[in-house]
Design a protein around this ligand. Structure first.
Ligand code: GLU
Length: 590
């Protein structure tokens, strides 16, 4: 992960393009300017893979699939074929934005009490639900890659998988962030021999500098490259996946005891065989003359970011100071989260979604913001009559996930966020297959959170859990201006919102907007802030009535591309958080 192992020269024999190999050397630079194609990911190997595809004439979709397949090897805890995600694509020829919903789906037999222990009538503890077969949804990542490659790519999915298999065979080098992710999950990983064998060599997290090879994953990738994705959804890989879910391969000698029974899940062969990606229309809203496209349900990202931007657009920011602008940012975010909690889930009607991102709705929410006094949190969902009211909050966990942004020389753009939910998903590597399973179904609310109102995010048959993933593409005069996305559970929404706001309203450059200290107000009593934000703005925001705490060491490691004049591209990855990311362009300028 992250280091270019021995130059990480991608062997290009299988790239599907004519010219043979030249080493793809990408140093880990968080900002790159130039033209002819651009990419930003969290990982140097993945950026190198995508850049090489762009250099050889592939388009943004080809490069995104190549980078994502590599991330499945080198960022195995945040992504991979055992997980799901959301792919947003701007097609330069059609001047249109398309999406792929590759979210995991629950079993057909899932009911609203799926996460309630029948023996006690109480919801399972989060970790009990997570490290189990119950939390695993049908993975959508491979179907997403296939759908993207087929519809918009010029290169086969097989080529991407074959190249990434070489990375898995050759290995990648453990860095401090990788080690941290294993250390934090060592108890869960230690319950399963296949996970221990890969990620707890000798019973402990691997030392920084260790090379990790994953020949089982290389073979799995090659098998799918040969046989097609049917091997995963209906063939022998499906069988191994189902065996792991329905009969968790709990170690006879766990590294440490686990506090809970490790329960079997209920996915069936039919659930896997019936899985299909969806292609919902993107959410679309306006912000000061720009058009903001985001991900629709089952993600709440598009509506939450869109609604908050609409509220900000309706707020008197013109002569506001930075602190006043941040006050509005925090209030708009809390109001938007209240509406997300009440209204947004996989089954929300389109009419409701459209209402939530309408200017009319935003006007009713913006007038609740008092310029001199923070609202008491949690605030009630709308519709509102400009009278603030309080309600119950719906907290969310998780800081994992990965994100990538790609643009090509034709002007196509991909913003893609993918995940296993928690770092390392449910903790299980499928034995003999080398990939980890997601725990995405824990993104459902285990019991109702909306009092006497229906909770839109309770489990249901075949349902997809609500997500916060917010891959966003902003157009100016009908052309791409900015593409951005981030990891971080429900702080994904606030991170993407804060970056867009920072760039458009706070006078920051894009690299500054990604680096700026973050704060997330998700309609909870306290703002979750990074220490630098708390120190810099805490006193003045507290004077306005904002409440801080608990702080978080880091929030979100984003990636983005800004489209500058004359075809210029500015690719930006996170400069510090999560060990920093990697940006590159095909033709760099100074
Ligand atoms: N499962 C989360 C979501 O879809 C993302 C996981 C995370 O970033 O922690 O919103």
């Amino acid at each position: 992960m992250r280091f270019l192992s021995a130059l990480a020269a991608l062997s290009l024999t299988t790239l599907g393009f004519a010219t043979p190999a030249a080493a793809a050397t990408v140093t880990k630079t968080p900002t790159a300017r130039g033209y002819g194609g651009a990419i930003a990911t969290v990982d140097a190997d993945a950026t190198a893979a995508g850049l090489e595809v762009l250099r050889r004439g592939g388009n943004a979709v080809d490069a995104a699939v190549a980078a994502a397949a590599t991330l499945g090897v080198t960022e195995p805890f945040a992504s991979g074929i055992g997980g799901g995600g959301f792919f947003v694509y701007y097609d330069a020829r059609k001047h249109r934005v398309f999406t792929i919903d590759g979210r995991e789906a629950g079993p057909a037999t899932m009911t609203s009490t799926y996460f309630v222990n029948p023996a006690t009538g109480l919801p399972y503890a989060f970790d009990e639900a997570r490290v189990s077969g119950l939390s695993v949804g049908v993975p959508g990542t491979l179907a997403t890659w296939e759908s993207a490659a087929r519809q918009w790519g010029t290169r086969s999915l097989s080529s991407a998988l074959t190249d990434a298999a070489e990375v898995a065979d050759r290995g990648y080098t453990v860095d401090a962030e990788f080690r941290r992710q294993v250390t934090e999950n060592a108890a869960a990983f230690g319950q399963f021999d296949a996970t221990k064998a890969l990620y707890l060599p000798g019973g402990a997290p691997p030392a920084v500098g260790t090379t990790i090879r994953n020949p089982d994953l290389a073979d799995t990738y090659r098998e799918i490259a040969r046989k097609g994705t049917g091997a995963f959804y209906r063939g022998d890989i499906a069988e191994d996946l189902l065996a792991t879910v329905t009969n968790p391969p709990v170690s006879g000698s766990p590294a440490a005891p686990w506090a809970y029974p490790i329960r079997p899940g209920r996915l069936t062969a039919s659930d896997l065989a019936k899985y299909r990606v969806r292609h919902p229309a993107p959410t679309r809203s306006g912000y000061k003359g720009l058009t903001v496209y985001g991900m629709s349900t089952p993600s709440s990202g598009g509506t939450a970011v869109g609604e908050a931007l609409n509220i900000l657009e309706a707020s008197p920011l013109d002569s506001a100071s930075t602190v006043e602008k941040l006050h509005y940012y925090l209030e708009a975010s809390a109001l938007s989260f209240a509406d997300r909690g009440r209204y947004v889930g996989a089954g929300t009607p389109q009419s409701t979604l459209r209402k939530l991102i309408s200017d009319r709705w935003a006007a009713g929410r913006a007038c609740q913001i008092n310029p001199d006094k923070a609202l008491v949190k949690p605030v009630a969902p709308g519709p509102s009559s400009c009278t603030p009211a309080t309600a119950a909050a719906t907290p969310d966990t998780g800081m994992s996930t990965t994100n990538l942004t790609v643009a090509d020389k034709w002007g196509n753009v991909v913003e893609y966020t993918l995940t296993l939910e928690q770092f390392g998903g449910n903790g299980m590597v499928v034995p003999g297959r080398g990939f980890m399973l997601n725990n995405e179904l824990t993104d459902f609310n285990f019991t109702g959170t909306q009092g006497t109102f229906d909770d839109p995010n309770l489990p249901g048959p075949g349902k997809r859990p609500r997500s916060s993933m917010s891959p966003t593409i902003v157009l100016k005069d009908g052309k791409p201006f900015l593409a951005v996305g981030a990891p971080g559970g429900s702080t994904i929404i606030t991170t993407v919102l804060q970056i867009i706001y920072g760039r458009l309203e706070l006078g920051l450059t894009l690299p500054q907007a990604l680096a700026a200290p973050r704060a997330a107000q998700r309609n909870t009593a306290g703002i979750q802030a990074e220490p630098a934000f708390h120190t810099t703005y805490g006193p003045q925001l507290t004077a306005l009535g904002h409440v801080f705490g608990p702080d978080a060491p880091e929030i979100g490691a984003a990636t983005a591309i800004e489209f500058t004049r004359h075809g210029g591209q500015l690719a930006v990855a996170e400069p510090v958080r999560r060990g920093s990311g990697s940006a590159a362009v095909v033709h760099p300028t100074s």
